[in-house]
Design a protein around this ligand. Sequence first.
Ligand SMILES: Cc1cc2nc3c(=O)[nH]c(=O)nc-3n(C[C@H](O)[C@H](O)[C@H](O)COP(=O)(O)OP(=O)(O)OC[C@H]3O[C@@H](n4cnc5c(N)ncnc54)[C@H](O)[C@@H]3O)c2cc1C
Length: 445
Amino acid sequence: MTAETTSIDTLIVGAGQAGIAMSEHLSRIGVPHLVLERDRIAERWRTARWDSLVANGPAWHDRFPGMEFDGLDPDAFAAKDQVADYFEAYARKYHAPIRTGVEVTRVTRHAGRAGFRVETTDGVIDAQRVVVATGPFQRPVIPPIAPDDATLTQMHSVAYRNPGQLPPGAVLVVGAGSSGVQIAEELMRAGRKVYLSVGAHDRPPRAYRNRDFCWWLGVLGEWDKEVAGPGREHVTIAVSGARGGQTVEFRALAHQGMTLVGVTQSIDGHVVTFADDLAANLTRGDQSLFTLLDAADAYIERNGVDLPEEPHARDIPADPECVTHPLLTLDLAEAGVSTIIWATGYAQDYAWLQVDAFDEKGKPRHQRGVSTEPGVYFLGLPWLSRRGSSFIWGVWHDAKHLADQIATQRKYLDYRDAAQRRAQCAQRDAAPAPAEPNLNELGVN
Ligand SMILES: Cc1cc2nc3c(=O)[nH]c(=O)nc-3n(C[C@H](O)[C@H](O)[C@H](O)COP(=O)(O)OP(=O)(O)OC[C@H]3O[C@@H](n4cnc5c(N)ncnc54)[C@H](O)[C@@H]3O)c2cc1C
């Protein structure tokens, strides 16, 4: 596609992994499409993550089926820039028609005819369909309890890059999902005093009986689960591929000097109040780990798989002082805390998508990504169709489903009744016959 494109069958917004997967599947079935990306391909992997981030899953797993990571051990964890390079190379391999540096600013439905008016920073496009691939994690969320205190440095985890970026002093990290716990550990290793506020979480073993947890979630059907267990929808997962990949073990971090605290409830002046729920949160996290180990053992038993036993996988370090006698308040000034990092998640932002596709809370209304607004499709959202939907391997399968849905709709629209078919034939018959090719001009003797 070129910059002159003004009308297209399917427009994909966003060239992260979701947009690239969508493009691959549409190309496979011959649907003319265009991908618009406001920044660069896989920009969020390039610049919206901290410097030392590596993928949470090993290279054999966290990739698309059509290509392996070049030169990377399949069991290694790709660095964030390797992930971005991978998607760039993937887009090249499949000739994805991507235009970078073009933002979609407004999408509205045409009145009285099918399709959408797509306003961009580089003109207007007419699209029959729009696939929204703008990411599961768009707008960083900092809770309203964040203090209005100019003496403190505060940032969302999306803005964290490395320890050297922070002013000297201790750090409070709020949120202990994959981002929070990894950032907290990096800061502790860099010599900072760190307080980590730990809420409800799942804590899978990094590996068990010679298989990474990604493998276990796969064979146990967990990635394909369509709904989270009751009350588990918003439970974060504490997992890390850092330093070759290790199980996140909160108590071990505390034994190394990190102070764990419960959920951050309020901040009044310099004084932070934490819920008295740290021990309970850790215990629930342990239970999630034991549940996976039990399911893995049962799988091995049932299928007669030959994998070595790992009796120490259930060992949990003794409760450190901060768990047995939890801090319920912390005076930030007294504790020398200069920075708060809010690893508190993201929201979505669809201000530009002005169609009837959202519920009263602004959440997309869809079934497996097919919006209630005909012609609009969502891709890459958490739990779009299954647990794996917002992850690298999962989005590729969801994209395949959406491409299938688009093909089905196109087929219906291609239908012509008998009168229309006759008219088409008549038109063809009346058209002048194409000129005989001049064989000399074609260089044929
Ligand atoms: C810290 C972190 C670590 C992660 N690690 C892993 C991991 O190891 N493995 C894994 O499988 N998943 C991981 N994920 C989850 C997921 O894979 C990533 O969030 C991934 O970036 C999502 O890809 P996406 O294409 O859906 O969205 P994004 O990567 O967010 O891409 C969306 C694109 O849309 C563009 N865009 C947005 N709005 C517009 C607009 N209006 N016009 C034009 N372009 C627009 C953006 O610039 C962006 O490039 C991680 C997420 C985070 C936050």
